[in-house]
Ligand binder design. Structure first.
Ligand SMILES: [Fe+2]
Length: 183
């Protein structure tokens, strides 16, 4: 990736580092909004309508974040890679593993999906906090909303004592199993 120009006050070396980080966030958001639609289409059972309808506003939000991140890359002088191949190339996680399944099973798996996206966002916030507070500010705003949606997900997985059924689950299958027991 070579940058021919960038925003005033940043060096091309600094911007190359920021763009490398943002490209991974772009692919993470593209993966996430597609995964959320997959859940929207595959959820079944008594809580179908609640989860089916809860997902769509989040799809729109995350699609908007992909756009925001891609346009920040372009503003910085880079070329955002928005193809399916770029998503596969950039991702460090496996494809979402749950097919037609109950709301509680999908929410258990989604809790883990959000753990991954949010942890990586926080790393990008740390990096850009040193280099570019404007990019940092964008990522902070996005991450706050992602954390809020994860609370929506977790509220279904939480008991009245505040314990999460997915606590300690290291894989989507472990999380779906744990969620099913509680659900
Ligand atoms: Fe739909």
């Amino acid at each position: 990736m070579s940058v021919k120009y960038t925003v005033p006050g940043l060096s091309t070396d600094q911007v190359t580092e920021i763009i490398t980080s943002l490209q991974k966030r772009l692919s993470a958001y593209n993966d996430l909004h597609l995964t959320l639609k997959h859940v929207h289409w595959n959820v079944v059972g008594p809580h179908f309508i609640a989860v089916h309808e809860m997902i769509d506003p989040q799809v729109e939000l995350v699609r908007g974040y992909a756009d925001e991140v891609a346009e920040r890359i372009a503003t910085l002088g880079g070329s955002p890679q928005g193809t399916p191949g770029a998503v596969i190339n950039d991702r460090t996680w496996d494809d979402y593993s749950v097919g037609r399944d109950t709301a509680i099973a999908h929410l258990g798996a989604l809790d883990l999906v959000y753990n991954g996206v949010i942890e990586d966002n926080r790393k990008a916030i740390e990096l850009t906090g040193d280099l570019d507070p404007i990019t940092e500010d964008m990522l902070i705003g996005e991450t706050a909303e992602l954390e809020k949606f994860q609370w929506f997900v977790r509220a279904h997985l939480e008991d009245i004592g505040g314990r999460l059924s997915t606590s300690g689950a290291g894989s989507e299958s472990a999380a779906t199993d744990a969620a099913r027991v509680e659900g």
